[in-house]
Design a protein around this ligand. Structure first.
Ligand code: 0YR
Ligand code: MG
Length: 372
C-alpha cells in the first residue's frame, strides 16, 4: 500500500450544553483539525487532534499537515508507522521550529490516521492490532458533569444523574474558583450527593500557584478525592514534586505534556501519581504507547486524557496493560461510524476495523470549517 495524498479537515462540534468552563478555558465547541490519508488501495485513514475550536490556530495545524508532513509521506508505505513517525518527528527543519505544540498535534493527527490504516488493512479494531485481548476491563470516568461555570444545583444534579442514571462509578469535577473556599464547598456537596462509594476526581487545569496549591489541595483529603489534576502550571516539575510530597491526595497530570521526555522527567522525579498521556497532543498512538510503557514500568497507573474524547484511546486503553481507567466526554461521539459505547461505566470494546476515527459524511458536512 502506498500513500497517495493527505486531505485535511477542521470540524467544530458543539459541546453538549451552551458552553462549559474550567479554571482556564471557556468553550462552546470542540475543535477537530484532522486528516484523511488516502492510499492506492482505496483505504482511507482518519486521524485528528483536539482543540478549543479556534479556527486560526486550527488552521496552523492543518497547514502543518498539508505543507510539511504531506511531502514526507506521499509515496511511502503507511504500514511502517514507527519509521514514518521518526521521519516526521525528527525532520531537521521541523524539529528546529517545534518539538511541542502545533507540530506535535499535527503529528498526532497523522500518526493516528496511519494506525487507523494499519488496523483497517489487518481487518480488525486497533486494540487487537496493538495486542489487546477481548476481555480487558477498562473503567470509564465522565468529566462532562463537573464544569466550573455550573451553579451548585446544576453541579450536584449532574453528578447524581451520571452516577444514578448513567451508571458511572467515577466522575471528575473542576476546581480553581476565584475563591477557593467555594471549591471546597462544591467538592463537599458533590461527595455528599454521590456517597462514599463513587470515585471523585478533581481538576484545577493548571490554575493554582504555590503556596495556595498546598493549602487547597491539602484539604481535598477531607472529601476522599481520588486525585488532584494539574494543580500547578503544566511545566513546573519541581512544584509538582513538592506538592506530591506534601499532600495526601495523589497528583494527576499529563494532558498538556507534548513528549515522552517531559513525562520521563515527571515520572523520574515522582511529581505525578496518575499519568495522563493524550495521544492527540503527544505524537499520536506511537508516542502515547511509549509513555504508557514508561509509566507502567515505574509502577504508576495510566489514565489517558480525552483530547480525542476517548474515541481513539479506547483502543490504547484496551490493549495497554497499564491502563484500567479512561476519561470520557461525549461531545463528538456521534461524528463517527462507530461511536464509543459505555455501559455501566465500562468500555465496550469497539468492533469495527480501524482506530474508531472514521467520520460519517454528515458530520463532515455539518461541522466542517474551511481549512484555508
Ligand atoms: C475544556 N480534562 C480536561 C477541556 C479537559 C478540559 O477546557 O478541554 O477541561 O480537556 O482538563 O481533564
Ligand atoms: Mg484535565
Amino acid at each position: 500500500m502506498i500513500i497517495t495524498s493527505l486531505e485535511t479537515f477542521i470540524l467544530h462540534v458543539p459541546v453538549t450544553r451552551d458552553g462549559i468552563a474550567d479554571s482556564t478555558h471557556s468553550i462552546t465547541h470542540w475543535g477537530m483539525p484532522g486528516v484523511m490519508v488516502h492510499t492506492d488501495s482505496g483505504k482511507v485513514g482518519y486521524g485528528f487532534t483536539g482543540t478549543h475550536a479556534h479556527l486560526k490556530s486550527d488552521r496552523l495545524i492543518t497547514s502543518c499537515i498539508e505543507d510539511c508532513y504531506s511531502e514526507l509521506l506521499v509515496g511511502e508505505n503507511p504500514l511502517e508507522t514507527e519509521r514514518l513517525w521518526s521521519k516526521m518527528a525528527y525532520h531537521p527543519p521541523l524539529q528546529w521550529v517545534g518539538r511541542a505544540g502545533i507540530l506535535t498535534m499535527a503529528l498526532a493527527a497523522v500518526d493516528i490516521a496511519l494506525w487507523d490504516l494499519k488496523a483497517k488493512e489487518a481487518g480488525e479494531p486497533l486494540w487487537r492490532t496493538l495486542g489487546g485481548v477481548d476481555d480487558a476491563e477498562v473503567e470509564v470516568y465522565n468529566t462532562d458533569g463537573g464544569w466550573l461555570n455550573f451553579g451548585l444545583q446544576v453541579l450536584v444534579d449532574d453528578a447524581r444523574r451520571l452516577v444514578e442514571e448513567e451508571g458511572y462509578q467515577s466522575i471528575k469535577m473542576k476546581v480553581g474558583k476565584e475563591d477557593f473556599t467555594e471549591d471546597l464547598r462544591r467538592v463537599e456537596a458533590v461527595r455528599e450527593v454521590v456517597g462514599p462509594g463513587v470515585k471523585l476526581m478533581t481538576d484545577a487545569n493548571g490554575r493554582w500557584r504555590m503556596p495556595l496549591a498546598l493549602e487547597v489541595a491539602g484539604r481535598l483529603k477531607d472529601y476522599d478525592v481520588q486525585w488532584i489534576e494539574e494543580p500547578l502550571w503544566h511545566d513546573d516539575v519541581c512544584g509538582h514534586v513538592e506538592l506530591a510530597e506534601a499532600i495526601e491526595t495523589p497528583v494527576a497530570l499529563g494532558e498538556m505534556l507534548y513528549s515522552l521526555a517531559q513525562f520521563k522527567e515527571f515520572i523520574a522525579c515522582r511529581g505525578v501519581h496518575f499519568v495522563q498521556p493524550d495521544a492527540t497532543r503527544l505524537g499520536g498512538i506511537t508516542e502515547a504507547w511509549q509513555v504508557s510503557d514508561v509509566a507502567h514500568a515505574a509502577g504508576l497507573p495510566v489514565t489517558p486524557h480525552a483530547g480525542d474524547m476517548a474515541q481513539v484511546q479506547a483502543h490504547l486503553s484496551i490493549a495497554h496493560p497499564g491502563i484500567n481507567l479512561l476519561e470520557f466526554i461525549p461531545w463528538i461521539k456521534d461524528c463517527f461510524v462507530e461511536p464509543l459505547r459505555i455501559e455501566d461505566g465500562k468500555l465496550r470494546a469497539p468492533e469495527q476495523a480501524g482506530a474508531g476515527t472514521t467520520l460519517i459524511p454528515v458530520a463532515l458536512e455539518r461541522f466542517s470549517k474551511p481549512v484555508s
